[in-house]
Design a protein around this ligand. Structure first.
Ligand SMILES: Nc1nc2c(c(=O)[nH]1)N[C@@H](CN(C=O)c1ccc(C(=O)N[C@@H](CCC(=O)O)C(=O)O)cc1)CN2
Length: 285
């Protein structure tokens, strides 16, 4: 079987049209959703992602401020900025673009964000809500993966979902959301032994490691659904963690890189800004 491509760009554009409508209804009430991204240092990929978020927000009528801080910024300077943004009633969402320079502890910055404005859903309060099933905001990539599966009417209930990677921004929240949808979830990580033994049993395989061609065709179950979250720049080319050309011959569905999960990460972030704005202004469903 040749895998059907899960077109993240198309799904993101479809969802964006609805978000734009919602933002218009907010505007009619004098409300403009507004979020801030704090980007510390010179990570080239982060600069691309932040610029993408800015463009997307502008298209949807969402206001955004990018705080570009130098690589020498101290943790206390960043904490000061977060405290100021927390207090500003005009701002609905605050996030710290990851990674941050090594001398800064990203957990300290994230934890300083008010959970009500935590648009990345990475504070311990919102992680707790995620696992309890009482969330009002979700990590963008995990949420985007679920939206992609839903758009293609892929039912995960009772399926074996294997997630390779246990990061706070992708692996763990994706596990929580798949569990909420009644999948049987296994998380693999750098200490896992016999990776292929687990991946070969996956009906749904989510890979978020950051290692090009980590997943080869022999590691994939025939007709599996393969979601590649990897972003690796190799010889000037962007590629995922999955050997796309070979694995697509075996999978039933597969995401490309670029054009798979990435666009949905940005789109889902916009949806989180809207969700927080709605909650803070009590503007109904
Ligand atoms: N605080 C956070 N930091 C980071 C997150 C996050 O969710 N919160 N995720 C990633 C980066 N990211 C969003 O911030 C992101 C990743 C990928 C894309 C994207 O559109 N990818 C395109 C390709 C773009 C390119 O050419 O590089 C695609 O896959 O088609 C957008 C945003 C790490 N940090």
């Amino acid at each position: 079987m040749v895998g059907k491509i899960l077109d993240g760009r198309a799904v993101a554009n479809k969802r964006a049209a609805k978000v734009k409508e919602t933002v218009k209804t907010f505007n009619d009430k004098g409300i403009i959703p507004h979020f801030c991204v704090i980007n510390i240092g010179d990570d080239p990929a982060s600069k691309i992602y932040v610029a993408t978020k800015k463009r997307r927000a502008e298209k949807l009528g969402i206001k955004q401020d990018i705080y570009q801080m130098s690589a020498e910024t101290t943790e206390s300077e960043a904490l000061e900025l977060i405290a100021k943004l927390n207090k500003n009633p005009d701002i609905n969402g605050v996030m710290v673009q990851l990674p941050v320079p090594k001398h800064i502890n990203s957990d300290h910055l994230i934890e300083a964000i008010s959970p009500e404005k935590d648009v990345d859903a990475l504070t311990s309060a919102n992680i707790g809500r995620l696992w309890q099933g009482t969330h009002f905001v979700l990590p963008a990539t995990a949420c985007g993966i679920i939206h992609l599966l839903e758009d293609y009417e892929i039912n995960v209930e009772g399926k074996n979902a294997v997630i390779v990677g246990r990061s706070n921004i992708v692996g763990k929240p994706t596990a929580a959301l798949l569990l909420e949808k009644n999948a049987s979830v296994t998380i693999l990580h750098s200490h896992s032994q016999n990776l292929a033994e687990f991946t070969r049993k996956a009906d749904i395989l989510v890979v978020a490691v950051g290692k090009a061609n980590l997943i080869t065709a022999d590691m994939v179950k025939p007709d599996a659904i393969v979601i590649d979250v990897g972003m690796n720049r190799v010889d000037g080319h962007l590629m995922g963690d999955v050997d796309f050309e070979k694995v697509k011959e075996k999978a039933s569905f597969i995401t490309p890189v670029p054009g798979g999960v990435g666009p949905l990460t940005v789109e889902s972030l916009m949806e989180q800004v809207v969700a927080l704005t709605r909650r803070q202004n009590d503007c109904g469903k």
